[in-house]
Design a protein around this ligand. Sequence first.
Ligand SMILES: [Ca+2]
Ligand SMILES: [Ca+2]
Length: 356
Amino acid sequence: MTPTAQKPTPPACRALTSWRWAALLALGLMPATQALAREPGPGPVKALPPLERNSLDMQFRRLPAGSFWMGSVEPAARLAHDYPELNTGRFGKLQDEGPVHRVRISKPFWMGVHEVTVGQFRRFVEASGHVPESIADGTGAYGYNAQYDPATSPRKDAFEGRLPRYSWRDPGFPQGDDHPVVNVSWADAQAMAAWLSRVEGRRYRLPTEAEWEYAARAGTRSRYHSGDKPASLLRVANVFDAETATLWPRWQDKALPGHDGHVFTAPVGQFAPNAWGLHDMHGNAWEWVADWYGEDYYAHSPRIDPQGPPEGEVRVRRGGSWHSWAFYARSSFRNWNKPDTRYVLLGFRLMREADD
Ligand SMILES: [Ca+2]
Ligand SMILES: [Ca+2]
């Protein structure tokens, strides 16, 4: 499930657990320095924010400025209870999601309603002349091949690659123009944002990790914007369900029980959106965000508009994918890849900065 990068050894636990935070808040003992904690967050969202379309017919919603609780710290026993299909060792490798901390997004911004689609990416490539990294360096990407056996691969990867036969045009399974583009690198995403900015005279970019989680949560503090229960994902996300598991029977026991109707990627916007009207924040394609990854970043990150560490080796991706187990589609889950990764589960979503 972690295609080309493994989680490093976690540092010593330093997180203040979320229930302790909750207790402090309840008792009114939150330190005065935690002034941000008392700022109003978006709270329950009552109405959909304004919608705009751009020159590629991409839709964006204007999210308000606000504060939210970023990250998650849950007792391993509770996770083991709610995700009995997973090895409990996994629950000790989540320190990078903590501490839960208050973050303020200081300006409104326009968040992509959907993942960037194959059709939108094609129009960008054709109009700009950009050569995606998988083609430019000739090494290609990853894909699904029914004849491929992960056990025969040195890396035991679930997908075949890298091979020149795979690219954003061909991940080995059929994709319509309305499916999320995958097999695109971080630089490919940057190039599309830069091109759109040039063409439209506005500023497009990848969301920061904080903007992404703020958008995904849409005022919620639960594991998913649909609640804490993994089964709630069936309504809002295309993940590793019973149908996808038919092609990877060795992971059948990890599949979300039930059918979301899609073995591979789904057309964007097929599932219920979150309270801000954003679709597929959980599942379908993992989404590159702007930040370098820092395992202990939350312990010392700026509380207003954090931008990620100044340097790093891997870029963050968020939200899980059509091939991810429910656990990895949680709003707070962090994973990463080297920026030149092009993978069959990994796409992106763009945002546009507000003009005012
Ligand atoms: Ca599925
Ligand atoms: Ca997604």
